[in-house]
Design a protein around this ligand. Structure first.
Ligand code: NAD
Length: 477
């Protein structure tokens, strides 16, 4: 049985109700979490406020940085334990679970170094004045986290907020929250004062909604689906609470005729099969110059056929999807493709050892997907790559921008002029040239345009979102 973590103590939720935790590799229940409600959020917000007013507001950047650095080290010391928790909770192959722990530690390390480097400016003004700005924390920040990368998203969101001088109330996803409860406990061991990091588990429409509505929450960082992002924005608007929205994507990987295919192919595949395609920035659309469309699809098809899916502990190319409804969602997309006559180029294989109850899906490569079809427009959030061809650069740009999303794009070309033109013309938060994802990019500002959200996390840029700017005008004559 798992408990909420409030004011550095594990405690039961007020309702006394629990939710089952299911292992996606087997479909079996292996643990329980608290089904918390608004009363628990209230308690967590009070603990956070007390921490802010009594201890946290007195710490300088250097002291916050030392705490974050210590937490980074403690996370690394517990890397195997955390990876095992995440592997079981989310169905992540061992290598992905380990990569997530490493990223978590790296976020804390990065933000540890940033704490004492965030400052305002002096502004030249009229004679007799001195004007300067202070970067002040919002105060008690709320963090709503999805299930696909609990540790990475906690690291970037909570790490940035703490570095900027805020305290945090976190609502992890009901499907995957065990690693975060452990990390919060490790933070207490690292010396974080009671109330700096609080975790309350439960359903989104219950406890997530209560967090978003709580008048004591002074900034909300939401990572999740566009639909829930809209709800958060509406609720926050009622009290004019600032919000950062990290939503979904339908990100294009664009391959020109002069691309280095040997370099591109493994990256293209990884960008859609990593975490079984359950990645907001998954490269789920493949736009290919018609001159290289057939040979590229042939090579990709052969590579897809070799991909293997199985239980997380087998550490194959892909683990299971998170839950049965996610598996059903992917099946629905694939059956729509069949009805529309969209050709399948190739599929990987689920290994015989995979338990019947697990939520497995073979990675699938589709071709000639019409741009208007939902497979080219909507987030599948599974390992399905939708390929289509283009005639020239203008059409590539048109197709790349022809969805409601704009999170990430990848461009493969050796033409220097085209690299710049494409980077300028694509509407998205990040553009990668001759790579994709850049190894996670803790230092690189991340976020979307259009329905992919707004505000930025990761990098130093995130600290501006986690602070508010105060201008002080001193008239001294
Ligand atoms: P989701 O929106 O269903 O849930 C995300 C979180 O919101 C969960 O903690 C959930 O409990 C909570 N929630 C649900 N309903 C709520 C409500 N009414 N009020 C408050 N909180 C509520 O998303 P998901 O299915 O967990 O995650 C998948 C989605 O997240 C995809 O769309 C994916 O692209 C997106 N995502 C985006 C990023 C990014 O950085 N842009 C990163 C990861 C995932």
């Amino acid at each position: 049985m798992q408990f909420n973590f409030i004011a550095n103590r594990f405690c039961a939720g007020s309702s006394g109700a629990t939710l089952p935790m299911i292992d996606p590799s087997t479909g079996e229940v292996f643990d329980e979490i608290q089904r918390s409600d608004a009363r628990d959020i209230d308690e967590a917000v009070r603990a956070a406020r007390n921490c802010m007013d009594s201890v946290w507001c007195k710490l300088g950047g250097v002291e916050r940085g030392r705490l974050l650095m210590r937490l980074s080290q403690i996370v690394l010391e517990h890397a195997d334990e955390l990876a095992l928790i995440e592997q079981r909770d989310c169905g992540k192959p061992t290598k992905q679970a380990k990569a997530d722990v490493a990223a978590l530690a790296r976020y804390f390390e990065f933000y540890a170094g940033a704490c004492d480097k965030l400052h305002g400016e002096t502004i030249p003004y009229q004679d007799g004045y001195s004007v300067f700005t202070w970067r002040e924390p919002h105060g008690v920040t709320g963090h709503i986290i999805p299930w696909n990368y609990p540790m990475q998203i906690f690291g970037r969101s909570v790490g940035g907020a703490l570095a900027a001088g805020n305290v945090c109330v976190v609502k992890p996803a009901e499907d995957a929250c065990l690693s975060l409860l452990r990390v919060a406990q490790l933070a207490a061991e690292a010396g974080f004062p009671a109330g700096a990091i609080n975790i309350v588990t439960g359903y989104g429409h219950e406890v997530g909604d209560a967090l978003a509505r709580h008048p004591g929450i002074e900034h909300i960082s939401f990572t999740g689906s566009p639909g829930v992002g809209t709800l958060i924005q509406q609720v926050a608007a009622e009290r004019h609470c600032p919000v950062t929205l990290e939503l979904g994507g339908k990100s294009p990987q664009i391959v020109f005729v002069d691309a280095d295919l040997d370099e591109a192919i493994p990256v293209i595949i990884n960008a859609i099969v990593q975490n079984a395609g359950q990645t907001c920035s998954a490269g789920s659309r493949l736009l290919v110059d018609e001159l290289v469309y057939e040979p590229l699809l042939q090579r990709l098809g052969l590579a897809f056929e070799k991909l293997r899916v199985g239980p997380a502990a087998m550490n194959l190319d892909l683990g299971p999807l998170i839950r049965q409804s996610q598996q059903q969602r992917v099946w629905d997309f694939l059956s729509d493709a069949q009805v529309a006559g969209i050709p399948m180029v190739a599929q990987g294989r689920v290994v015989d050892e995979a338990p019947q109850g697990g939520y497995y899906q073979a990675p699938t490569l589709l071709r000639d997907v019409p741009i208007a079809h939902r497979l080219a427009q909507e987030e599948v959030f599974g390992p399905v790559l939708a390929a289509m061809s283009f005639r020239d650069e203008d059409e590539a740009v048109e197709l790349a921008n022809a969805t409601r999303f704009g999170l990430v794009a990848g461009v493969w070309t050796r033409d220097g002029g085209r690299q710049f033109r494409m980077a300028k013309r694509i509407r998205s938060g990040q553009v990668f040239i001759n790579n994709y994802g850049a190894g996670g990019g803790v230092e690189l500002p991340f976020g979307g345009v259009k329905s992919s959200g707004y505000g930025r996390e990761k990098g130093f840029e995130a600290l501006y979102g986690f602070t508010t700017l105060k201008t002080v005008a001193l008239r001294h004559g």
